[in-house]
Design a protein around this ligand. Structure first.
Ligand SMILES: Nc1ncnc2c1ncn2[C@@H]1O[C@H](COP(=O)(O)OP(=O)(O)OP(=O)(O)O)[C@@H](O)[C@H]1O
Ligand SMILES: [Mg+2]
Length: 433
C-alpha cells in the first residue's frame, strides 16, 4: 500500500507529529524524512511511491530547499498536492506559483486538521481508471500504443502507471525485456497468470497454474503486494516516477481451451478482484490485449472503464472496430460496459487526407455500426520509424525502449509531441467520465 508523503521543515516538528498522529488514527500510512538533512534520493523514492503529498506551509518551510525540492518532484510526477498552512507565512516566488493555487486548508480554521485528514483519506481511497487497448484486428498498433503512449504519459504528465500484458503472445513484455527474462519471470509465476489463479506467488506450497492446461485452480487468494508481481520499468538511472509492468506469458491461452464455465467465471472474478486491489496503488492501469475475442477479452472489458482502439486508416481496421463495438454492446452488461475511443495509428500522409477525413466527417459511421466520428480521438499517431518496435539491447534498461526517453534523433520531436497529445486527450476524457 502506498503512503502520503509529508513535506515539512525540521522546525515544524510539533505540527508534523500532530498530523502523523491524526493520520495514524484514520489508518492512513504516512512517510516523512525526519529532518531537512535526509537523503534526497530516499525522499525522491518515497515521493514516487506516494499517493499524495501534504506540504506543511510555514515561515520556515517556504524557505526550505528540501521542501522546494519535494514540491518540484511532486509536480514532475503529477502527484496530488495538499498544502496545509500552519502559521502566517507569506508565499512568494516558487511557493506562490506552485503551492498557493492548491492551498485551501489551514490550522487556523476550527476543523482544519480534520479537513486535512478527510481530504487525504479521499485521495487514499481513490481508485484509478482502467484502460484496455483493444481492437479485434491484429497488427494495428495495440502493443505500440500501450508502451509508447502510456510511457509518454508517465514521462510527460506524471502519475503512477501499471501496464498489464494480457496478450498470450506477450509482445508488450518483449518490448521491454529479452525473452529469457520474461520466461524466467513466468517460471516463478511472477506474471499475469497470478492475477487469475492462485500460484506460487501467493503460497509457497501452491502449484504453478502454468503447469497444467487441463485444470483451473478456483481456490481463492489474496492478491500479492504490487512489488512482488510487477517489474519496474523506470529503474536505475531513469528519469524516475513509476511505470510498472505485469509481464505476460503464453500459458494464459489455457483459458481459451477450458470448458468449465463455472470455473472460468470464478477465475474471471479473481482477475477483477486483483485489478480492483491494484487500482488503489496506481493512477492508471492499462491492458495490452489479444486481437481475437476470447475469455481474456471479456475479462479486460469488464475491468476497463474505457477501451482505446487503435486503427489503421483502412477498411480492415474499420471492421475490427465494428466487431469490437458489437462485442462490447452485446456481451458486456450495461453497468460494466466501458466507453470506446478510437485512435488513428500509423497514418501516412496520403491516407490522412482521404480515409481519415472521411471517418471524421461520419462517412463510415454506418459501416462501423456506431458513431465512429464521435468516438475518434482528435490526436493521431503518424507512421514513423521511431514507433517501430526495436528489440531490447542486452544490458540496456527497459525505459530506454520508450520513444519519449530514447535519446535524440531526426524527427523525434514531432513524434513525442504526438504521443503526448494522445496521452493528454485521453487523460481529459478519463477525468470527464
Ligand atoms: N505508428 C507506427 N509507425 C510505424 N510502425 C508502427 C506504428 N505502430 C505500430 N507499428 C509497427 O507495426 C507492427 C504492429 O504493431 P503492434 O505489434 O503494436 O500491433 P498489435 O495490434 O499489438 O499486434 P497484435 O494484434 O499482433 O498484438 C509492429 O512492427 C510495430 O512496430
Ligand atoms: Mg500486440
Amino acid at each position: 500500500m502506498s503512503h502520503v508523503f509529508i513535506s515539512h521543515s525540521a522546525k515544524d516538528f510539533d505540527a508534523l507529529l500532530e498530523l502523523h498522529e491524526a493520520l495514524r488514527a484514520a489508518s492512513i500510512p504516512d512517510w516523512y524524512v525526519p529532518n531537512d538533512g535526509g537523503s534526497r534520493e530516499t525522499a525522491n523514492q518515497s515521493i514516487d511511491d506516494a499517493f499524495a503529498m501534504i506540504v506543511l506551509v510555514s515561515a520556515s518551510s517556504v524557505r526550505s530547499k528540501a521542501v522546494k525540492q519535494d514540491v518540484e518532484r511532486a509536480k514532475a510526477r503529477g502527484l496530488k498536492l495538499i498544502p496545509y498552512q500552519i502559521d502566517k507565512a507569506r508565499l512568494n516566488g516558487f511557493f506562490k506559483h506552485e503551492v498557493l493555487p492548491h492551498l485551501r486548508l489551514s490550522s487556523t480554521t476550527p476543523d482544519g486538521l480534520k479537513q486535512l485528514v478527510a481530504e487525504t483519506k479521499q485521495a487514499y481511497k481513490k481508485k484509478c481508471p482502467v484502460v484496455a487497448v483493444m481492437n479485434l484486428k491484429g497488427g494495428v498498433g495495440k502493443t505500440t500504443v500501450t508502451s509508447q503512449v502510456f510511457g509518454a504519459w508517465q514521462g510527460a504528465l506524471g502519475g503512477r502507471i501499471l501496464l498489464i500484458d494480457l496478450d498470450p503472445q506477450y509482445n508488450l513484455t518483449q518490448t521491454f525485456f529479452e525473452m529469457d527474462v520474461a520466461d524466467s519471470s513466468a517460471a516463478e509465476d511472477r506474471s499475469v497468470i497470478s492475477l487469475f489463479e492462485k500460484s506460487r506467488l501467493h503460497a509457497r506450497d501452491a502449484s504453478s497454474p502454468a503447469d497444467s492446461w487441463l485444470t483451473l485452480s478456483t481456490d481463492p487468494f489474496a492478491p500479492t503486494r504490487r512489488e512482488k508481481i510487477v517489474h519496474e520499468l523506470m529503474g536505475e538511472g531513469s528519469p524516475g516516477g513509476r511505470l510498472d509492468l505485469v509481464s505476460g506469458q503464453f500459458e494464459i491461452s489455457k483459458y481459451a481451451f477450458a470448458s468449465d464455465p463455472t470455473a472460468l467465471e470464478m477465475i474471471k472474478e479473481h482477475f477483477l478482484q486483483s485489478i480492483e486491489r491494484y487500482r488503489s496503488d496506481y493512477d492508471l492501469i492499462v491492458f495490452d490485449t489479444n486481437p481475437n475475442a476470447t475469455f481474456l477479452t471479456r475479462c479486460a472489458l469488464e475491468a476497463a472503464d474505457r477501451v482505446l482502439a487503435p486503427m489503421h486508416a483502412d477498411i480492415y481496421s474499420l471492421r475490427g472496430v465494428r466487431l469490437l463495438n458489437q462485442v462490447i454492446k452485446e456481451q458486456i452488461p450495461a453497468d460494466k460496459r466501458p466507453d470506446l475511443s478510437v485512435l488513428f495509428n500509423a497514418v501516412g500522409r496520403s491516407e490522412q487526407s482521404s480515409f481519415e477525413a472521411d471517418a471524421r466527417n461520419g462517412t463510415y459511421n454506418a459501416k462501423a455500426g456506431f458513431d465512429l466520428a464521435r468516438a475518434l480521438m482528435r490526436a493521431a499517431l503518424p507512421r514513423s520509424g521511431h514507433l517501430q518496435v526495436k528489440a531490447p539491447q542486452e544490458g540496456q534498461p527497459a525505459w530506454k525502449q520508450l520513444t519519449i526517453h530514447s535519446g535524440r534523433g531526426g524527427g523525434l520531436k514531432p513524434i513525442r509531441e504526438s504521443l503526448k497529445a494522445v496521452a493528454l486527450e485521453l487523460k481529459l476524457l478519463l477525468e470527464d467520465a
